[in-house]
Design a protein around this ligand. Structure first.
Ligand code: PLP
Length: 351
């Protein structure tokens, strides 16, 4: 049996570490992709109980799921709204909408007018990533139009935001200059937003001047460090998930475990990493569809537990350490875990 154990108290500890690191900025917990594959509902429930008041949902479907679980009180931010129906749903659910193009601004305003309400919007400046967002040369017209719509009662502009690559400090610094200029432009257009948000996990931790009012942190909340970045101890976080499987058969010293590529274990890891076993780390030799072969150990027996990734005391690598072996990021390892694998809630990973 393969399970993903998710430790809720460890998650809470990460949330506390983030809160103290980024204060006085607030933490918007990013929960896209089913809370990075950990399972949305129990994690947002715990986060709400721990005092998280902002959730970054990515799309309207996820935003709606957060509302269904937590009710009307949390602020739920979505930034991918593809159709007019989705715009209407976002308004109906009382979501905060990140708006990075002029057409969406009109759709949101129309949906809010139809609903007899004012939509809360956060205007997005493209500060260099070219992944949606309004270009600086279009910003004056965009903010002027937003100010008109605000005066008409259709929208309330509550924030200005952007997303940065977090790849090089120099690029991020230049993005931050564009961001500050956009903020000043929004004020000059007569808008009075109160929220600026720019940073995700890495910049929120490493660069105080990027924190502004809110930081949108996902990965570090789940204990997933950045590939090539500081380790968990330096960040003060720990992985909340352990991907556990067990020995299926032992044949001539070769240990076959019950997890394979179709369960979400990248086959390219074969030969490159070690996993946690009762006898200590052992090399992953081969990954098949629903099973894998691991270097053997004395007394290995069917039913012995193995840990593919997890917190350090499991003897397994972290998701990010696996990712680094194949040139990707820890989030990808977490997101690959098949939704068919049960998420098993625990208090701590030691349970
Ligand atoms: C995913 C995402 C985040 C969170 O990034 P992490 O590195 O996981 O903290 C923040 N902002 C946006 C726009 C995102 O898409």
């Amino acid at each position: 049996m393969t399970v993903l154990r998710v430790a809720l108290d460890d998650f809470s500890a990460n949330l506390r570490a983030i809160a103290s690191r980024v204060a006085p900025a607030a933490h918007m917990l990013v929960v896209k992709d089913d809370a990075y594959g950990h399972g949305l509902a129990p994690l947002i429930r715990r986060a709400w109980d721990d005092g998280i008041r902002w959730f970054g949902a990515f799309d309207v479907a996820t935003g709606t799921a957060v509302r269904a679980e937590l009710g009307p009180d949390p602020r739920v931010f979505v930034w991918v709204v593809g159709t007019r129906d989705e715009a209407a749903a976002a308004v109906r659910e009382g979501l905060d909408v990140g708006v990075g193009d002029a057409a969406l601004l009109e759709d949101i305003a129309r949906a809010a007018t139809d609903a007899g309400t004012a939509a809360r919007v956060h205007l997005k400046i493209d500060s260099g990533l070219h992944r949606n967002g309004v270009r600086p040369e279009e910003w004056p017209a965009f903010t002027a139009r937003a100010a008109d719509l605000e005066r008409s009662g259709a929208i309330e502009v509550v924030g200005v935001w952007s997303h940065i690559a977090e790849a090089s400090d120099a690029e991020d610094d230049s993005a931050r200059e564009d961001f500050d200029t956009a903020w000043a432009g929004a004020l000059a257009a007569g808008l009075r937003p109160s929220l600026r948000h720019l940073a995700a996990s890495a910049a929120a931790f490493a660069r105080p001047e990027f924190r502004y009012d809110l930081v949108r942190v996902g990965a570090f909340a789940y204990g997933i460090r950045s590939a090539g970045g500081p380790d968990e101890a330096a960040l003060g976080i720990r992985p909340i998930a352990a991907l556990r499987s067990e020995v299926a058969t032992v044949d001539d010293g070769a240990v076959v475990i019950g997890i394979g590529a179709l369960d979400g274990l990248p086959s390219t890891l074969a030969g490159l990493v070690e996993i946690g076993t009762p006898a200590g780390p052992r090399r992953l030799l081969r990954v098949d569809a629903h099973s894998s072969v691991v270097e053997g150990w004395t007394d290995a027996a069917p039913g012995d537990p193995v840990t593919i990734y997890g917190p350090a005391e499991t003897g397994a690598p972290s998701a990010t350490t696996l990712a680094e072996a194949i040139g990707t990021i820890g989030e990808e390892i977490a997101l690959r875990v098949s939704p068919l694998i049960r998420r098993e809630l625990r208090r701590t990973s030691g349970d």
